[in-house]
Design a protein around this ligand. Structure first.
Ligand code: FES
Length: 331
């Protein structure tokens, strides 16, 4: 018995199996139509995205089983974008697998940097492959791919719409009106003056007909803090004092520096603090800024009670809430 180890024979390449579309023109045409269909679905996805962006208001909700109430605007944007990108990818893969050249190439190992001649050959092969992919001949694919890619590439242009129109005085308005009830947040219950003890603080929102679908952009402007002091603890101008009710004072919760929620109340000092940049507001002096970068006091909401003792706004805010912006005199 010989001790020599037998060399393993080179098994070679398995026999090349041609795809159906390589040998059957009808199968190739069918594959072409399938690719075009996938690109067409992608184009429909982009159209859905555009229609959702332009025509569906951002406060419309639809009920979807399992998922519950969903914002139709956001759903349309998400679905449209997903369909557009997914089907472009699927179409490209199907095209490559069924119609692009299917040749097997054997490359010998050699040093990492290819010789110049190989590099030139590579460039030539890429060019040849590009022309062999049949874009020139397969006009249906060319047109459908062009439409899908063109629409997809144009969709970011929609964002330009957000550059206008200018907001006008929209930023100066909140939902608060004369006679709007104050409701707890969370809970959405009307609140009586007697519900608040001295030293208490509560976050409230304006009562609206459909609180389940309150817009986030409204909450960002409407949030109000109610604080109850002893009436003699106030150090207010008569005009500001008249806006309180029996020791209860209401301020916008949105910081006048950069719009964070003024979320911390020091009961002992009667200071409100913004956690973002430490602006500090003195509640006894109509939220006057006593520390930090905020340039103006928190706007005060004029409140009173109705015949049953529930707190209501006597007027809307008399100045814009939130951070200063270019149209506002922030002094
Ligand atoms: S956002 Fe409140 S201090 Fe800056």
């Amino acid at each position: 018995m010989s001790n020599e180890i037998e060399a393993i024979k080179d098994p070679g390449l398995p026999a090349h199996v041609h795809r159906k579309a390589d040998t059957d023109p009808a199968a190739a045409d069918r594959a072409e139509r399938q690719v075009a269909t996938l690109f067409g679905i992608s184009a429909l996805g982009t159209i859905l995205l555009i229609v959702s962006y332009v025509f569906i208001p951002d406060d419309v909700f639809i009920f979807i089983p399992v998922m519950g109430d969903q914002n139709a605007h956001q759903l349309g944007l998400g679905l449209g974008m997903a369909i557009s990108l997914f089907f472009i990818g699927l179409g490209a893969i199907h095209w490559a697998k069924t119609l692009m050249p299917d040749t097997e190439v054997v490359a010998q190992r050699h040093e990492f940097r290819s010789p110049d001649s190989d590099r030139k050959e590579f460039v030539a092969a890429v060019k040849e492959g590009a022309s062999a992919s049949g874009l020139g001949r397969r006009s249906l694919i060319k047109r459908s791919l062009g439409a899908a890619l063109g629409l997809s590439a144009m969709s970011p242009l929609l964002l330009l719409r957000d550059l206008g129109p200018l907001p006008g005085n929209e930023l100066e308005k909140t939902t608060w009106k004369s006679g709007t009830y104050l409701v707890t947040d969370p809970g959405n219950r009307r609140i009586k003056a007697s519900d608040l003890e001295v030293g208490a603080v509560a976050q409230v929102l304006p009562e609206i007909a459909d609180p389940e679908h309150r817009k986030l952009s409204d909450i960002a402007k409407d949030a109000v803090l109610l604080i109850r002091l002893r009436p003699q603890e106030f150090n207010l101008e008569p005009e500001k004092l008249a806006m309180t009710h029996d020791g209860i004072i209401a301020f916008s919760k949105i910081c006048s520096h950069m719009g964070c929620a003024v979320a911390l109340y020091e009961q002992q000092t009667k200071h409100l603090l913004c956690p973002c940049h430490q602006s500090t507001f003195d509640v006894t002096r109509a939220a006057k800024v006593i520390f930090g970068p905020a340039a103006r006091p928190l706007p005060q909401l004029d409140i009173t009670i109705d015949g049953e003792g529930y707190l209501v706004a006597r007027k809307p805010f008399s100045e814009p809430v939130g951070p200063s912006f270019w149209e506002r005199n922030s002094q």
